[in-house]
Design a protein. Structure first.
Length: 415
């Protein structure tokens, strides 16, 4: 994705700030994000009533307090609004509510966190805060964190917060959407390694095999780092479990490999992302083979968030230039195919957006994107993204196949 930091430098898991003074110290932080978006077609259909021009706003305010040397608390409120498109969407609208409200007990190298909290793991391919939408994802539960020499351990048990778009301070727990897991991070001869296990429970999930309760285990290994101008981020995941009484067997391999000329003029950067994820090979056989990315970023492949990482293989080259330290310009191409002809294509959140329909065609979409990001001062970001998405053979054979023009302008101020 053009607008994210290089994969070799993912954001660290959120935690209470370490720069607080001695107790009782309070630090305020916040964000104002204004965004205008134009999208000519949704899910390849220009007749969709939610296509067109819309505006979103996110205002967030957080307070971090150091109560005692080993006691920290955080409270954060958010207001997310939208005009145009789907104004009742829980990923774009939340009038006013608590985004985070937790207490951390213990030193920063070994703490227990209790309460409402955001969580992101590693590359955010499976667990992300979903920053591209107006409403960020948040959870209720417990997380433990420990640094043991060169090894960092995280364990958590969480329930997804159910956003209610209208009303104030009325979000609740999302029954049947639970997540637990363990992750270990440690250095390797080149870069770093992460190994993790996740258990995701989702009731009444809709899939190509029907609707039922899902209990899915994900076992993953990620290698990432940078050296001598090169950077890389490779991740493999195998999934097993049960769905509606049947078995789950799914997998993915995601790779990003690139090079930066840091000493050259404009610091050019090139990268190739090559990715593949399993689909369902035989419908009705009691075995679900479609990979589930669980809770990824909405803009998994690009800011024009149409397709998600299930039943696909994908090539995504990009080039990025920095004419000056405050300005970044990028261009990328996304090519997307189906892996299994007996399975369809999916949204970033895992919903089936186009069934196979008897088509044997694999080529789904080709999208060309450009981005400009300008940071004229610390905490201020102005960006412009434009994407032209051209549906290919599979989409044309199975329903509406309108090209999509996407333009998004963002002003974001953080403090």
């Amino acid at each position: 994705m053009l607008k994210q930091a290089p994969a070799a430098q993912p954001p660290a898991p959120a935690s209470a700030p370490s720069s607080l003074a001695l107790p009782p110290a309070i630090r305020l932080s916040g964000e104002v994000r204004e965004r205008v978006t134009w999208q000519s077609a949704l899910a390849f259909d220009s007749a969709d009533p939610d296509a067109g021009l819309f505006w979103t706003q996110r205002i967030a305010l957080a307070a971090d307090a150091l109560i005692a040397p080993s006691v920290r608390v955080r409270a954060a409120m958010v207001s997310a609004l939208i005009e145009g498109e789907s104004e009742e969407s829980p990923v774009e609208r939340n009038v006013l509510d608590l985004q985070e409200a937790f207490i951390e007990l213990g030193p920063e190298r070994a703490f227990l966190r209790l309460g409402r909290q955001e969580i992101r793991l590693g590359s955010q391919r499976l667990i992300a805060v979903r920053d591209g939408t107006t409403v960020r994802r948040t959870w209720d539960g417990v997380r433990g964190h420990a640094v043991l020499g060169t090894v960092t351990l995280d364990a958590f048990a969480l329930r997804l917060v159910a956003v209610r778009p209208e009303g104030v301070f009325n979000d609740g727990r999302n029954e049947g959407r639970d997540l637990a897991g363990v992750q270990a991070s440690f250095p390797a001869p080149l870069g770093n390694l992460e190994a993790y296990w996740l258990l995701a429970k989702q009731d009444d999930r809709h899939t190509i095999e029907g609707t039922g309760d899902e209990r899915r285990h994900s076992f993953g290994l990620r290698a990432h780092g940078e050296a001598a101008g090169w950077f890389w981020d490779w991740e493999a995941v195998y999934q097993t479990g049960r769905f509606a009484g049947g078995k789950i067997a799914a997998w993915t391999l995601a790779t990003k490999t690139g090079y930066r000329w840091q000493a050259a003029a404009w610091q050019p950067e090139v990268m190739l992302s090559a990715n593949i994820a399993s689909g369902d090979g035989t419908r009705g056989d009691g075995r679900l083979g479609t990979f589930n990315a669980l809770y990824p970023n909405a803009s998994y492949f690009s800011e024009n968030a149409v397709l998600g990482p299930a039943n696909f293989f994908n090539l995504h080259p990009y080039v990025k230039l920095r004419p000056n330290p405050d300005l970044t310009v990028g261009l990328d191409l996304n090519l997307f195919w189906r892996l299994e002809r007996t399975d369809g294509v999916y949204s970033p959140q895992g919903g089936l957006i186009r069934a196979p329909g008897g088509s044997n065609r694999r080529f789904v979409d080709a999208a060309l994107s450009g981005v400009i990001e300008w940071t004229p001062r610390k905490g201020l970001l102005l960006s412009l993204v434009a994407t032209r998405s051209q549906p290919q053979g599979f989409i044309r054979a199975t329903g509406p196949a309108d090209p999509s023009d996407f333009v998004e302008a963002t002003l974001q101020f953080t403090f």
